[in-house]
Design a protein around this ligand. Structure first.
Ligand code: AMP
Ligand code: MG
Length: 359
């Protein structure tokens, strides 16, 4: 199939500019569009056949459920069988925005959209183009990230084209996304909300609104060897993987730098193309290897924003080995490290302390 590529000027577009995309959605086709988190691959969420096309285009395992995107609070009651009080509070605080809530589903939501689950994940995005596509089409949009399954999520329309050209009907190019990490997924079907996937809306932010919030044990780093089955089925897959082998080096900054420099040297000596994921603060400390800056340690937002793009950049550069500095796991750092660890297939090494000889 030929994929239509359409650029939308965000500060002046009209309903007419989205008419073709709307028609494709209504006819059960696939349209990729920007959201504030990452680019999504949208289809009519209530049409089982349309949802199936999403799985086929992405090569996504059919047990990995899709998030349904809405543009009004009232839509939740069309899709969810029960709406607990905490969900309204979380929606008031974080919608429209990067938070997805999992509810018991109503019958109209097909199992083809929910990966066979009797729950449905719902999000109200804040990006104007995403909202207008939902509104003008008069449909709820099932929209997973618009990457080929297993690849880093797309933060630019070019990333979508690289992965899905010829496999989907249309790509709407609305420029680079603002956040760059997927939404936080929280299960509101239990006694208190439980985070199934960390994201831009942090544990601390939700606690401020509803008090007690849990974290699915399967996504905690200390439980990685214990074989918990994640409640968000998507979290069990190795995601976001660059083509090269990524290793995260943790420890004190100077120890990390020294260790990465040594590993880069070893890789180069072995004839490999070696990449380094550095920060604004440390980029000058690596004289060798292909050094890319993910963002600044002074701004977690910049690191989140740079993550997926940098993983794709190393693919383009042909990096065979990649070493990354680690990041703290407070606040937004929890989501950043969750994605980085998945990209690394949990390969982590701890930098050795330098032994002092003068004591
Ligand atoms: P993506 O849209 O590609 O960012 O992935 C959606 C994420 O939401 C995956 O990790 C899914 O497993 C998760 N998800 C979607 N629907 C549900 C649901 N009904 N229950 C639990 N997790 C869900
Ligand atoms: Mg995804």
């Amino acid at each position: 199939m030929e994929t239509i590529f359409k650029t939308i000027e965000l500060d002046h577009y009209t309903e007419e500019d989205l008419a073709e995309a709307v028609q494709i959605i209504r006819e059960g086709g696939l349209v990729a569009f920007p959201t504030e988190t990452v680019y999504g691959l949208g289809a009519d969420a209530l049409k089982e056949e349309a949802a199936k096309k999403i799985y086929a285009a992405k090569g996504r395992p059919s047990d990995n459920p899709l998030i349904v995107h809405i543009c009004r609070w009232e839509d939740v009651s069309e899709l969810a069988a029960e709406i607990p009080a905490c969900a309204k509070k979380l929606a008031d605080a974080f919608w429209p925005g990067p938070l997805t809530m999992v509810f018991p589903k109503k019958e109209i939501v097909p199992f083809g959209t929910t990966g066979g689950l009797d729950t449905v994940a719902i999000r109200m995005p804040s990006h104007p183009l995403a909202r207008d596509l939902i509104r003008f089409s008069g449909r709820y949009l099932a929209a997973p990230s618009a990457n080929a399954s297993g690849r880093p999520s797309p933060t630019k329309a070019e990333h979508v084209r690289d992965d899905l050209d010829g496999r989907i009907d249309m790509i709407l190019d609305g420029g680079e996304v603002s956040i760059g990490l997927e939404s936080t997924v929280v299960d509101v079907t239990g006694e208190y909300p439980v985070i199934l996937r960390p994201g831009y809306v942090t544990l601390e932010m939700m606690q401020d609104v509803v008090g007690k919030v849990g974290v699915d044990p399967a996504i905690l780093e200390e439980n990685q060897d214990l074989h918990f089955i994640p409640k968000a089925p998507g979290m069990k897959y190795r995601h976001y993987a660059p083509k090269g082998s990524l290793t995260i080096v943790e420890g004190e900054e100077q120890d990390v730098i020294r260790t990465i420099r040594k590993l880069v040297q070893e890789g180069i000596n072995a004839g490999k193309c070696v990449g380094v994921i550095a920060t604004e603060e440390t980029k000058g400390a690596y004289p060798e290897g292909v050094v890319c800056v993910i963002g600044s340690r002074a701004s977690e937002e910049s690191v989140a924003h740079g993550l997926f793009g940098i993983l794709r950049e190393f693919d383009d550069l042909g990096a065979e080995l990649i070493y990354s500095e680690g990041f703290g796991e407070e606040g937004l750092g929890r989501a950043i490290m969750n994605r980085l660890l998945k990209a690394a297939g949990h390969q982590v090494i701890f930098a050795e302390r330098e032994v002092s000889h003068d004591s």
